[in-house]
Design a protein around this ligand. Structure first.
Ligand code: CMP
Length: 135
């Protein structure tokens, strides 16, 4: 079954720094995801902590928030058939070393922290994450 969904995608500082914004956007478009909204922002560490609060008990939480607030990011609303899962498939595994060939993290990720992109993990979280950046 297919259903039109929206999901939040972030191009992280490591990818923006390497001028990968257009390449990553074209990859989504080529794979039938529309980019409904897009903006470049720089967030504070407090904002990153709020965004990633589901991870607040994890040992990597502090580094993660430092990192997401370390430079400009591009936040996008992607839309299409089963967009949440589709985006996760296009990104590949969180750790670029484990990501499949042809996925964004395999192509561009540097490490589990500098893994180039973030995507919502469920339809419910997508709504929350889209509101976080676009409401
Ligand atoms: P992301 O999809 O943005 O969601 C949380 C991020 O935490 C994840 O990508 C990784 O970049 C980062 N992270 C760092 N260490 C880990 C880890 N051990 N497991 C999962 N995510 C991690």
């Amino acid at each position: 079954m297919s259903s039109i969904e929206e999901t939040l995608s972030i191009i992280k500082p490591d990818a923006i720094e390497r001028n990968l914004e257009e390449k990553i956007k074209n990859f989504f478009l080529k794979n039938n995801l529309k980019i409904l909204k897009s903006k470049k922002v720089k967030i504070t560490k407090d904002e990153a902590s709020e965004f990633y609060k589901v991870h607040q008990t994890k040992p990597f939480f502090n580094d993660l928030c430092e990192y997401l607030s370390s430079g400009p990011i591009v936040v996008m609303v992607l839309a299409g058939d089963n967009a949440v899962l589709k985006n996760r498939e296009l990104m590949g595994a969180t750790d670029p070393k484990k990501a499949e060939e042809g996925t964004l993290r395999k192509m561009y990720g540097i490490s589990i922290d500098k893994n180039s992109v973030h995507g919502s993990d469920s339809v419910e979280n997508a709504k929350i994450e889209i509101d976080f950046f676009f409401k």
